[in-house]
Design a protein around this ligand. Structure first.
Ligand code: FES
Ligand SMILES: [Fe+2]
Length: 346
């Protein structure tokens, strides 16, 4: 079950050119493409003639042309050409999904189109600020449910166990991190403070810390699948009055988790370098370090998914560090229930 009346990242904007891209989202086969004017569109990936996937076709001046018998559909899914036939039946159309290009993403709405208000799309202005926050992005296909990846990001006590060689550090530093938490209508925001702690390897590489550091991580989860993160660190003592405007080390991460199926997801993520913005090598190094760390997360989550599929969730036990994760799950469950109630009432 997925929340459908919500915006999900369907693709990075630069992934979609005029070659059709097939991507399963929330269980539905979708084809993404750009028309000749550069407008991006999303249609169900099935031709209404004989059911061929539209993604095996090509983009023409009129829209996307099916690769089987040449029916062509515009960005709205209306059939605009049938080879050898003048009359186009009114029923000759395929489902189109609302799609918005913003902040380097293509956002898709998988539910009722009439409810797709664009003001609820998560904004991420740092992707548009190459001067102060140069970034790099990619997509990992994960053989694990989107919610398991969100769980992973809501309980950072895993850092000291999963990421010892990168962004980790002493396990107890993470377990004992002080948490400031704010609940929001669509999720949760928290800051983790690790003052006077030993810098993890990635931080030493990035900023050459030699002594102890003050370290903070801010996470904001916005349902159904966006997490906005700021990580900051400076010499020990620097955070005694809260998080300073600028820190010796500061970077931002965007995490977009979009369900593919119930047990697989697309992990869209980016790193933005706010500590040495004029140094492309620093931007690249940050990206590579985080890429390594996220591979470590994926390995755990994929193993976890395999076990949960095999043995179910009934025997799982919550612990204290699950608090943010549990709140996040409650928000998602509430939104799902609300959506199903509305559907039942209609
Ligand atoms: S199946 Fe697409 S044109 Fe025939
Ligand atoms: Fe992790």
């Amino acid at each position: 079950m997925f929340i459908r009346n919500a915006w999900y990242v369907a693709a990075w904007a630069d992934e979609v050119a005029d070659t059709p891209l097939a991507r399963r989202i929330c269980g539905d086969a979708v084809v993404l493409f750009r028309d000749k004017q550069g407008k991006a569109a999303a249609l169900i990936d099935m031709c209404c003639h004989r059911g061929a996937p539209l993604s095996i076709g090509k983009v023409t001046d009129l829209g996307i042309e099916c690769g089987y018998h040449g029916l062509t559909f515009d960005c709205a899914g209306t059939c605009v050409r049938i080879p050898g036939q003048e009359q186009i039946p009114a029923r000759a159309r395929v489902r189109s999904f609302p799609l918005v290009e913003q902040d380097g993403f293509l956002w898709i709405w998988m539910g009722e189109a009439a409810k797709a208000g664009t003001s609820s799309i998560v904004r991420y202005p740092w992707h548009n600020d190459a001067t102060n926050w140069p970034h790099k992005h990619t997509l990992y296909p994960v053989k694990g449910a989107a919610m398991l990846m969100v769980d992973n990001l809501m309980d950072l006590t895993h850092l000291g166990y999963v990421h010892t060689s990168t962004i980790g550090g002493n396990p107890m530093t993470h377990v004992e991190a002080k948490m400031d938490t704010v609940r929001t209508p669509l999720g949760i925001k928290f800051t983790r403070w690790m003052l006077n702690s030993v810098p993890p390897p990635t931080y030493v590489k990035a900023s050459g810390f030699t002594g102890r550091i003050d370290r903070a991580q801010q996470f904001e989860f916005i349902a159904p699948g966006s997490i906005i993160q700021l990580s900051a660190a400076d010499e020990a003592g620097a955070f005694k009055d809260g998080l300073p405007e600028n820190c010796k080390l500061q970077f931002r991460l965007f995490h977009g988790l979009t369900p593919e199926t119930e047990t697989t997801c697309h992990y869209f993520w980016s790193t933005a370098n706010g500590f040495r913005p004029n140094d492309p090598a620093a931007t690249e190094q940050l990206f590579q370090e985080i890429a390594g760390a996220f591979m470590e997360d994926m390995a755990v989550v994929q193993g976890q998914q395999a076990r949960l599929t095999e043995l179910g969730e009934d025997a799982l036990v919550d612990i204290v560090s699950d608090a943010a994760r549990i709140h996040m799950r409650r928000v998602v469950d509430r939104l799902l229930a609300k959506e199903h109630q509305a559907m039942a009432a209609e």
